[in-house]
Write a protein that binds this ligand. Sequence first.
Ligand code: SAM
Length: 513
Amino acid sequence: MGSELIQIKVASQAGLPGTPRSSSGATGGAASFAAWGLVNERITAKGACGVGRRPGPANVDPPAGTVATAGTLKTFYLETFGCQMNVHDSEKVQGVLMARGMTPVENHHEADLVLYNTCSIREKAAQKVFSRLGVFRKGRSGAPKLIGVLGCVAQQEGERFFERAPQVSLVCGSASYSKLPELLDQLETGKQRVTGLSLLTEECFETEMTRRDNPFRAYLTIIEGCDQRCSFCVVPMTRGPERSRPSDKILAEARRLVDQGYTEIQLLGQIVNAWHDPSPARLGFAELLSRLAEVPGIRRVRFTTSHPRYFTSDIVQAIDANPNLCDQIHLPLQSGSTTVLARMLRGYTREEYLEKIHGIRKARRAISLSTDIIVGFCGETGEDFEQTLSLIKEVEYDQVFSFKYSPRPNTLAEGSRDALAEEEKGRRLTELQELQRQIQVRRNQALLGESFEVLVEGYQARLGQAVGRSTTNRVINFPGRPEDVGRYLTVKVTSAGPNSLVGARAGSADLSF
Ligand code: SAM
């Protein structure tokens, strides 16, 4: 995450020491998958099986009776920008393409169809796709047969995309993904340009044909779209209205994931805790968490992103009652100033936010807290910014994803006359990140000598190092073996940096869940 894209290629995604990343806007470091980590993933034939990784337990799982119909498009290359929801959307899109008989390839030069799943949360993210498209000039030999643009920039630009990038044939927003097979059929029968841009939908993108690339943590979308209309945020315009999936479908998917070998699931939604059950069961979000925790074989459940407005005490009670609901909550603050929060239309004050935090701090287990903060929102005074810093000092988050405010099209704050200079935004971001770095060093060093259960996600032979995550989503590196990957081990912390811990194995594998 950050005001600039973190770029992570799938093959090095395991968070091993030395994993290439850049996160100028985040004090998130290696654990950036904790929250709305901005990633840039290339989905390739090899999927996510990087160093020391086992092949994913789950793959395309077409429902009985599905007939793969390969047309003129035989191969595809799909690159993803943005949040976990985009990553998971791409997993589903990839499943749909593979169920048509298409094969993923590692290089766009080899692909009949090149797809970019785009992000427009900040200006820099939105620009990324145009620089990618620059390499394909119409009619050039070696160019793919077709290029398609998916996701938030596709929705934002709509038909205008064809003017800006005439080499593009398909423009489709996430609210129209269920129409993708139809759009591809049209392209294969010779139509030059097709779009899926309607936001008038009550449907979620339901498909059993998902190719999951992470062999350890399975994403599971429970709610799509957003109705919040925060004045800085483009999401309601790019992802459409809020749509919750019925609890029976969510629980059935969780059981399928266990059958496929997953023990950890991460529930996804723009506002995950705004989920409400459209089925007759009428479960609340906290009840859904408890039901998921009861699914035999599920060992860890995470969820992101929660909105403070919908963060109720029964969520903490559910975590207290179910040890397999992870000790981790991501609760975006955005600003520590009530005045700025009001201008952002966030729907809570500084005091109300802190009340929620105090409720979380009273939980039986020590819950790890992370947040998102925007600095330099229109009209943010020095005093407003000081209030954000003082709140960070008071809460002592384990991670903060911080961003310079980036004006977005069609948002209420777009064009505000109170814009701050970029240099001032940069200065505030640096100050905030330095404060948070010191907090993380202190909090991580306080863990020296403690032991954690770790799900081992990778092994780097060159260093003899394994890497795993605790239930609080802390990254721990320790001397390990290739066969540790995929197992739950107890690891004792021996040293600590701002973004990750180093440890030593303290116990034998605990497979007795
Ligand atoms: N839906 C979630 C919510 O409202 O809490 C957050 C999702 S958004 C993908 C992730 C983060 O990006 C936000 O929490 C916010 O901090 C940041 N963000 C959103 N719009 C932004 C903007 N215009 N400029 C800078 N950061 C922004």
